[in-house]
Design a protein around this ligand. Structure first.
Ligand code: ADP
Ligand code: ZN
Length: 740
């Protein structure tokens, strides 16, 4: 790469030295700023610059980006105000930001903004002060018992906050102040806590022969110190986590940083404990529950290299690592890796890109890998490491269908007789049951018996969901809510409203009636107030303090309940009924497989019962027979035939506006301007699957292109033809949408 700054000597005398700077705003170009004398900048460093009427933070880039526009009159060039005392971004991080911008069509400024996601890291660190003892100090003068006690404690040389010392000594802070005044104690800055160093040899594991082979393959990929992608494909309970910990250990031995991405980081207490037992300390965590200053600290520690292993949500990928050498994407199939806000990206795919840029291995782990990853593994683009059996030797749960057409539940009930019997037997055996229903609340629909009115959200195309415990109706899309009405809002007939269909609250009601002595836990994100409560419930389940767990998606992931014997799926068809989304089959298969896989993981023999109206559906048949290959073959063939991902590429353009007509008209106008191409299909516009969200009407255009085609180039050319948007109209472009 060319040197960034022309040597000063070559410059004509007086010409200012300028640098290109990317601002963290929705703009796709660099701006030139003069570097004043005495300020030293380098690519990747953070600077304060005047931007419009404000002073804002930007990143010095190593080359100009975007349309230069008219040359700026040198007299109008503005100067860098200051360089921030923040570790600069590594060159790889700059390339990564550019890559994501180019791929997702987001402005570079927005991807840079993702790299600056910890605002506290850019504010001056306020040092905290504490006191420590002065060696060979002066005569303390008046030596009261309180002073003596405080001095004794401080005598160990540690740095303590004044209040902490006072508390330990059982005196007032005035006493501590007095000792500072007399010169016996001195005030010093408390150094920022460094994360502990994970020890790759803290605990050497013993592996089964199959696990050992997998460990060997993963270690080899880390030792090679070059780019590769490996799919670690193993049934639930096969020991994938223990196995990939060995890859982490190897990266640590090579002195490299590692990231482990998990879809639901805030809920993975068990994971943290296992990490601790393997490496002797906790990993550095990165997720949305961190406070601002904590985020700032993790951000800096990633940049300085103090953070060796970061375990985090999808955004952990954008931390400014100084020497990243391994990324693990656990539960790689999880929908949570897709971000659908501002910059639309798939974190699993971006992890692969990051590994490619950095020249290091990426591991994707799952018991139900995505179709995309499967195809890559089958075609040899990715390595494929398989763990075929459970570590405990336990077999996978036996799964049976309960055909609701022939054995329906009693009227007004949701659990069919065979499921009720299974729960009763499990209880009698002193083992646990999980009843899974992926629907929060009491009932998904409230209907008027008299006039047939269905209560809908006024802002979305969605029914309001009854939450009986709170006595309210809620919209699950926009958060709109009203108290439970006593009479029909339309015909005003009192007592005529009925709850239709089940949510988890309703299943809990039935369980309480049928099994009044069972200890029941209801796990639903709206009922568990916070992380601490969630962790408590999970611990109680682990410890056997609960007989029946009723839960939504929240219980599907990651947890390991040793005493869980029976899993009942209350509505197996739920995911399949959701419109025509071609990904519905994959998603339902993954979810049902993961949930039933919770059963019988350790000592017990597990079984799963799936209530369904269509046991012959290919997804259901594959779940019941446990024949994953059959499902994959069917799904892959369908995708190939329809040129759907990964055999073709999709892009979703969504036009949103308050007025339905406006959204539709603009969508039509945009579609009309699509450049003609023999290879690209432009479908729509049509109302988006959720056509109104938060009062905004959404129309969707789908673009279908062959894989090898430069779809970004096509879209850029297309968007250049679209006149500037007026009013509240917004267009979002989603490359590789999750739902299509
Ligand atoms: P997966 O991630 O594939 O679902 P885990 O890594 O969670 O599987 O392993 C399942 C259980 O078996 C965990 O409790 C784990 O600690 C245990 N386990 C797996 N492999 C070993 C091993 N080699 N030695 C001891 N315990 C193991
Ligand atoms: Zn709504």
């Amino acid at each position: 790469m060319d040197s960034l700054f022309a040597p000063i000597d070559d410059e004509p005398r007086g010409a200012p030295v300028t640098v290109p700077v990317v601002m963290a705003v929705a703009l796709d170009q660099t701006y030139d700023y003069i570097v004043p004398e005495g300020v030293e900048v380098e690519p990747g460093c953070f600077v304060l610059v005047p931007f419009g009427p404000q002073t804002r933070t930007g990143v010095v880039w190593d080359r100009p980006v975007g349309e230069p526009g008219k040359p700026v009159d040198p007299k109008k060039l503005k100067a860098v105000v200051a360089r921030l005392d923040v570790p600069p971004l590594a060159e790889i991080t700059l390339r990564f930001a550019e890559w994501i911008a180019k791929y997702t069509l987001a402005p570079l400024g927005m991807t840079v903004r993702m790299m600056m996601s910890a605002r506290a890291a850019f504010e001056p660190v306020k040092p905290r002060f504490g006191v420590t003892v002065v060696e060979g100090a002066a005569d303390p003068g008046r030596m009261t018992p309180a002073r003596r006690k405080a001095l004794d404690i401080a005598g160990d040389g540690a740095i303590r906050a004044k209040s902490a010392l006072a508390q330990e000594a059982g005196c007032s802070t005035g006493v501590v102040d007095g000792l500072v005044a007399s010169g016996n104690l001195v005030e010093v800055a408390i150094p920022e806590k460094r994360p502990p160093l994970p020890d790759p040899h803290h605990r050497e594991m013993e592996f089964t022969p199959e696990q050992h082979q997998a460990v060997h393959a993963l270690r080899a990929s880390v030792d090679a110190q070059n780019f590769s992608v490996t799919l670690l494909d193993g049934v639930t309970g096969s020991g994938k986590t223990e196995v990939y910990f060995e890859a982490v250990a190897r990266a640590l031995e090579h002195g490299r940083q590692a990231v482990i991405m998990l879809p639901e980081i805030a809920l993975t207490d068990q994971f943290m404990r296992r990490f601790h037992s393997r490496f002797g300390c906790a990993p550095v965590e990165w997720h949305s529950a961190l406070s601002g200053p904590e985020r700032g600290r993790v951000w800096r520690q990633a940049a300085t290299g103090e953070a060796r292993v970061v375990v985090g949500a999808r955004s952990a990928l954008f931390l400014p690592f100084s020497d990243l050498g391994l990324i693990i994407v656990d539960e790689e199939h999880d929908a949570g890796y897709k971000q659908d806000d501002r910059v639309h990206y798939q974190a699993r795919d971006m992890a692969v890109v990051r590994g490619n840029l950095g020249g290091f291995p990426v591991l994707l782990a799952s018991a139900t890998p995505s179709i995309e990853t499967h195809v890559n593994a089958r075609t040899g683009r990715y390595r494929h490491v398989v763990l075929p059996g459970r570590y405990s030797g336990a077999s996978l749960p036996d799964i049976t269908a309960i055909d609701l057409k022939t054995t329906p539940p009693d009227k007004g009930r949701w659990l069919a007789p065979p499921l009720v019997e299974a729960v009763a037997n499990t209880l009698a055996d002193g083992q646990q049951t999980l009843l899974f229903l992926n629907r929060r609340g009491y009932a998904p629909l409230t209907l008027c018996r008299t006039c047939g009115h269905r209560i809908e959200c006024p802002q979305c195309t969605a029914w309001l969901v009854e939450h009986r415990f709170r006595g309210r109706l809620h919209c699950h899309h926009c958060g709109f809510s009203i108290p439970l009405p006593e009479k029909c809002p339309k015909c005003s007939e009192p007592g005529s409203l009925v709850a239709c269909g089940p949510g988890v609250e309703r299943v809990a009601e039935e369980v309480a009636e049928r099994f009044p002595d069972a200890r029941v836990a209801l796990l639903s994100s709206d009922l568990v107030p916070g992380l601490t409560e969630m962790r408590e419930i999970i611990r109680s389940i682990e410890a056997g303090g609960i007989d029946i767990v009723i839960g939504t998606q929240m219980v599907a992931k990651g947890h390991h309940f040793p005493n869980l014997a029976t899993v009942g799926i209350v509505d197996g068809d739920l995911g399949l009924a959701q419109g025509a989304d071609p990904r519905a089959g994959e998603r339902t298969f993954q979810l049902l497989h993961q949930v039933t896989g919770r059963a019988g993981r350790a000592l017990t023999e597990g079984r799963g019962l799936v209530q369904t109206h269509m046991p012959e559906h290919p997804v259901m048949a594959a779940i019941i027979s446990g024949d994953r290959e059959a499902f994959l073959n069917h799904e892959i063939a369908t995708r190939r035939k329809g040129l759907l991902p990964p055999f073709g590429r999709l892009v979703a353009l969504v036009v949103a506006a308050r007025e339905k007509d406006v959204a539709q008209q603009v969508a039509r106008e945009i579609t009309r301007r699509a450049p003609r191409s023999e290879k690209i299909e432009v479908l729509g516009p049509a109302e988006a699957p959720l056509s109104i969200i938060r009062g905004r009407h959404r129309w969707r255009i789908l673009v279908k292109a062959p894989r090898e085609l430069d779809v970004q180039g096509y879209l850029r050319a297309w968007m250049a033809e679209v006149p500037p948007l007026k009013g509240d109209v917004r267009v979002s472009i989603d490359i590789d949408p999750y739902s299509f």
